[in-house]
Design a protein around this ligand. Structure first.
Ligand SMILES: [Cu+2]
Length: 205
């Protein structure tokens, strides 16, 4: 029953705002989460940077190789920069890597809408043997980079998202990427629909 109430909430929040999936860079040679599923057309992905990394798009077949015309954060996002791009085709899986030499081989990759055959694990396995091709351009491609204020108004920062998740998800305890990045919107909607949540939660108990 709680799940039903939560689903209703998510639906309500989806009507209120586009969905933004938050991805953090590091600590270590990772994108976190490294795989996003159920990303819909028009949804946005916000990559929250720490210094020393970037993000570039490849194909699945050629991991760590920049795809012609692919999305790219630019060569050296600063600590605190947020790179945001929109998913325009939800039916095609998207593959990303960090083009700093060695990082892709170490598994620093991101999948959007992977399939059962083409998983982030399969990409990483192939990446371990691949060489890196860095984008030739030194400018941002296919997205925007800023301080996160745009992403923050649409959703929430990863840290506040985590706390919202912790406080609002009593009992549901889903730790999936989708639920985590939705938490900020749930929190916004919760103000409007607190009665529904309370009723749903009470019923579940
Ligand atoms: Cu990196």
């Amino acid at each position: 029953m709680y799940a039903l109430a939560a689903t209703t909430l998510l639906f309500a929040s989806a009507v209120l705002a586009d969905h933004t999936f938050n991805v953090t860079v590091g600590p270590g040679l990772v994108f976190n989460p490294n795989s996003l599923s159920d990303v819909a057309e028009g949804d946005k992905v916000a990559v929250w940077f720490g210094a020393g990394h970037d993000i570039a798009q490849s194909t699945f077949a050629e991991p760590c190789q920049y795809m012609d015309g692919g999305i790219y954060s630019g060569p050296s996002p600063k600590d605190g920069d947020v790179f945001t791009f929109e998913v325009t085709n939800a039916s095609a899986p998207m593959w990303f890597y960090c083009s700093v030499p060695g990082h892709c081989q170490a598994g620093m990759a991101l999948a959007i809408n992977p399939t059962t055959d083409r998983t982030i694990e399969a990409y990483q396995q192939a990446a371990a043997q691949a060489s890196t091709t860095q984008p030739q351009s030194d400018s941002v491609q296919g997205g925007t980079i800023g301080d996160g204020s745009e992403a923050a108004t649409e959703s929430s920062s990863p840290s506040s998202s985590a706390s919202a998740s912790a406080t609002s998800a009593s009992g549901s305890a889903s730790s999936s990427a989708t639920a985590g990045s939705s938490a900020g919107q749930v929190r916004v909607a919760a103000g409007l629909m607190a009665g529904v949540v309370a009723a749903g939660a009470a019923f579940a108990l």
